[in-house]
Design a protein around this ligand. Structure first.
Ligand code: 7TS
Length: 409
């Protein structure tokens, strides 16, 4: 294998049924390099204590490690200040925080929240709850058959009534890369704030919050080489400053009286309870690793994988690919497909027998499945440690699926 990064990921040496693991479920979670595993281990071996609370040196070391991770994260997305970085468990928690804190305090009856139909449930359900509570409206942007947002929807549905636009950077089902800058400009022109869910974006594309002028950004560490249980909410300082706390309790306070409390300044106001310091240390190391590899390299490898996979898939009769079937910069290496006449769970199980891990189901995007009029799809998703050989093994196995199920081709 010519990919120089594979050796850094110990799990990729695993075998299943005596077949080497072919891991193509990177949109669900990425694998972790040795350096991240070691950074987390070192933290627990040498620096673990409850941060902020202790006045002894070990607690100060834990606090320093946590705050260093925050600064590294701020720099990674070009935030103005590390006060704008709130650590959460994942993207889901970050989106809930925005809905319950920001959304609840600004939204009024009749106001509108606009999201694409392709969103992950984590970027739908918090808004559904909020609009019910407020008597507001959840309005959808729809897609053309290639998975791109309809121009007329962007033009006509983001209006003076729109208070929030919340959109994924990259679709977790179709791999479409959405026109974030255009959406932000349009939303700002009507005075709406924009939330970008880059859970599927930032593992593959650089993000610069200042260049985008985005109001809120969320992502999950575990999809970009870091451990599970650490996520990020970025918010413009002036927005975060004016928002009420989401969760309350230890470490997010300034002073607590019998009936009242005052809250800590940013970022601690939004980080109630003992934080995931080990996770934050792992995230900082993941960022170092990604920076070392470089987004240009990541994209070059992934584009080659994507192009090869789309070409090979197009040549298998009875395989239908959803969304954009041609390669292009606005489509990344997340490919949803079905084998005609075969339930996606069966396809996934047959591939699993060959050691190939893909996803099958609704991918937490049921409104999109309904819109596309399919119950479920298979999904293969790539990362820079995958190889052309991985794709070839996957394609080879996929070609057997209908035959195994007795279709005779
Ligand atoms: N937003 C997007 C665009 C996602 O793809 C996901 C997870 C989330 C939010 C939620 O992330 P979490 O870390 O809070 O769970 N997507 C997927 C997926 O496609 N398969 O498994 C998880």
């Amino acid at each position: 294998m010519s990919n120089p990064f594979r050796k850094d990921f110990p799990i990729l040496d695993s075998t299943f049924n005596n077949k080497p693991l072919v891991y193509l479920d990177n949109a669900a979670t990425s694998q972790k390099p040795d350096s991240v595993i070691k950074a987390v281990e070192d933290y627990y071996r040498k620096q673990n204590a409850n941060p902020y609370r202790g006045l002894y040196q070990l607690s100060v070391a834990a606090t320093d490690a946590y705050e260093e991770a925050r600064s590294i994260t701020a720099e990674f997305i070009n935030a103005k200040s590390s006060k704008e970085i709130i650590f959460t468990r994942n993207s889901t928690e970050a989106l809930n925080l925005i809905a319950y804190s920001y959304g609840r305090s600004v939204l009024k009856a009749g106001d509108e929240i606009v999201i694409p139909i392709s969103e992950h449930h984590s970027n739908i359900l918090p808004w559904q709850q909020l609009v019910k509570e407020k008597g507001a409206v959840l309005s959808y942007l729809y897609l053309d058959k290639n998975g791109y947002l309809l121009e007329e929807d962007i033009e006509n549905k983001i209006t003076e009534r729109t208070k929030i636009v919340s959109i994924a950077h990259v679709s977790n089902v179709l791999g479409t890369v959405y026109p974030i800058e255009k959406i932000i400009q349009k939303a700002h022109s009507v005075g709406a704030v924009v939330i970008v869910d880059t859970a599927q974006g930032i593992p593959h594309y650089p993000v610069d919050v200042k260049q985008w002028d985005v109001d809120f950004l969320v992502f999950s560490g575990h999809k970009m080489l870091a451990p599970m249980g650490i996520g990020v909410l970025y918010g413009k300082e002036e927005l975060l400053d004016n928002m009420p706390p989401f969760l309350t309790g230890g470490e997010m306070i300034e002073y607590v009286y019998e009936q009242e409390a005052t809250f800590a300044p940013l970022p601690n106001k939004f980080e109630a309870g003992t934080p995931n310091v080990g996770g934050a240390v792992g995230l900082a190391e993941a960022i170092r690793y990604i920076n070392q590899v470089g987004y240009d390299t990541i994209q070059n490898i992934e584009e080659e994988l994507r192009d090869h996979a789309l070409k090979e898939l197009s040549q298998i009769p009875d395989v239908v690919v959803y969304g954009e079937t041609k390669a292009g910069r606005d489509r990344c290496g997340v490919i949803s497909f079905n084998v005609e006449g075969v339930h996606p769970h069966d396809t996934s199980s047959i591939l699993d027998a060959d050691g190939i891990a893909i996803r099958a189901g609704h991918h937490c995007a049921q409104p999109l499945m309904n819109y596309m009029d399919v119950a479920a799809t298979c999904r293969a998703s790539f990362y820079f440690y995958n190889t052309i050989e991985d794709i070839d093994t996957f394609i080879h196995s996929l070609k057997k699926v209908r035959r195994w199920l007795g279709y005779g081709n």
